[in-house]
Design a protein around this ligand. Structure first.
Ligand SMILES: [Zn+2]
Length: 274
């Protein structure tokens, strides 16, 4: 697998419209990539203040993203974070783009069989524990590191709403994915981290479908996520179910149902299971 990286953020964090258009254009036309991940979770601007709120003309960034999807390249974009922007960001606003918000997969393991003094020794080794910040729950790494007999952390895993999600716009975001990223002793939060989860799912699914002799149309990925997402406590159907989504793609393309228990590529622990 090959990665092309395009930097669109100015020093200071500002994202200019022309840089985003150029990056999407490079990825789409010059480099002809298989999928585009946009982790820039800030709305863009053309003069430092404008953004894409001008209703008088269609946003060129959304247009560029839409064109890439039309040419068969799925575009997956961070929906944004509430401390940076109040509602879903462009270009994840484009109806063909997969807009990704965040959730927290919490590790609910409670070592109640040992004294609290020993807690730190029996914590799941791969879970992310941020002991400094009371607001941060222990995060499930999805690596089955529960120190039990069956070595499974499934029973301890809880899905927690993430308070940093931006206000929804129309039907956006399309899907939520884990939004925490461990960085040294602390945890970074944001949809910059959740978008690549979905991109990984898209690319893994794409590779598997191609291995079976078919070329998946770009729209099928967003459609699959939209039709298989599970309900949150709040009632919205936004929670990623990567297996159901994969089955949906296979069924749409008349491919045999993927077998979760098999050792095929899809089951290789792609990093999108949690
Ligand atoms: Zn825009």
């Amino acid at each position: 697998m090959e990665f092309n990286l395009y930097r669109v953020t100015q020093p200071g964090g500002n994202i200019l419209e022309r840089d985003l258009i150029q990056a999407i254009g490079f990825a789409h036309v010059r480099d002809n990539v298989d999928a585009i991940n946009i982790s820039a979770g800030n709305d863009h601007s053309d003069d430092g203040n404008g953004g894409c709120a001008r209703r008088s003309q269609p946003c060129k960034v959304q247009e560029a993203a839409g064109k890439a999807v039309k040419d068969g390249i799925p575009v997956i974009a961070a929906a944004g974070n509430s401390d940076q922007y109040s509602s879903v960001c462009c270009p994840s606003l484009n109806s063909h783009t997969i807009s990704v918000g965040g959730f927290v997969p919490k590790c609910g393991f409670k070592p109640d069989f040992v004294s609290s003094a020993q807690d730190s020794q029996v914590r799941p080794p791969h879970a992310i524990w941020d002991l400094e910040d009371g607001d941060c729950p222990p995060i499930c790494s999805g690596k089955d590191c529960y120190p039990g007999v069956d070595a499974s952390c499934k029973n301890n895993r809880e899905i927690v709403n993430w308070s940093g999600n931006v206000d929804p716009v129309w039907n956006k975001p399309d899907i939520l994915a884990p939004c925490a990223y461990p960085n040294g002793g602390s945890v970074l939060w944001g949809t910059s981290w959740s978008a690549p989860f979905i991109t990984a799912w898209v690319v893994e699914t794409m590779i598997g479908v191609r291995d079976r002799g078919k070329e998946p149309p770009a729209y099928v990925f967003r459609q699959a996520l939209e039709n298989t997402a599970k309900k949150l406590d709040s009632g919205e159907e936004l929670l990623l179910d990567e297996w159901d989504a994969l089955r949906y793609v296979h069924s749409e393309l008349d491919l045999p149902r993927p077998n979760k228990g098999s050792k095929e590529r899809f089951d290789a622990g792609s990093g999108v299971q949690f």
